[in-house]
Design a protein around this ligand. Structure first.
Ligand code: IMP
Length: 182
């Protein structure tokens, strides 16, 4: 159920334009959930939500998946303001082993691809049965590292976006849509 128009006025003031409205996000997330449910029909995948940006995407996506699945979380840091500093750090690791499991990384956005390739390198050493990526957003123009994203919600241009979990210095995450800052 989308939020009523006219809410979040104070936060909306920092936004130049709405890139992806809430209704479009929710429709696409349901499609991704259906696709994942088909692909994993005989499996029990573990979704790994990358904090904090994937929080709403993960919770909507997980509810759109109709096969048995589990969830765990990791947290990585590489951004300060609108710029990546290029050095990725692991802040929070998984609770459970992923050995022999079908792992699906759930990301908010793939930009340079540095975070994702760092993450994939760590997870591959833990011998999952399969390892795939589902990212809500992707900025293909910005790629520095080639990464394989099996499921992508939307390809977007090279603009810094916020909302639906994505932030600028911890602000704007609670916007129900994806917007471009002023
Ligand atoms: P990458 O390592 O450059 O691919 O960046 C991945 C991470 O940077 C994402 O998981 C986000 O946390 C953050 N990020 C990249 N682009 C944006 C953006 O446009 N808005 C908000 N966060 C972003």
């Amino acid at each position: 159920m989308p939020f009523a128009h006219g809410t979040h006025e104070k936060i909306n003031a920092g936004i130049k334009k709405i890139l992806i409205p809430e209704e479009k996000i929710l429709t696409r997330v349901k499609e991704l959930g259906e696709e994942i449910s088909k692909d994993y029909a005989t499996k029990n995948p573990i979704l790994i939500g990358i904090l904090k940006g994937s929080l709403f995407f993960l919770s909507d996506l997980m509810r759109a998946i109709s096969v048995d699945c589990c969830v765990d979380f990791m947290s990585l840091a590489s951004y300060s303001g609108e710029k990546s500093n290029g050095i990725v750090r692991l802040l929070l690791d998984l609770r459970e082993s992923i050995e022999g499991r079908d792992v699906l990384i759930v990301e908010d956005i793939v930009d340079t691809g540095l975070t994702l390739s760092y993450l994939e390198n760590i997870l591959k050493t833990r011998n999952p049965r399969s390892l795939e990526v589902c990212s809500l957003l992707s900025k293909p123009e910005c790629r520095k590292n080639a990464v394989k994203t099996k499921y992508v919600g939307f390809n977007i241009p090279n603009e810094f976006v916020v909302g639906y979990g994505l932030d600028l210095d911890e602000k704007y995450r609670n916007l129900p849509y994806i917007g471009v800052l002023k």
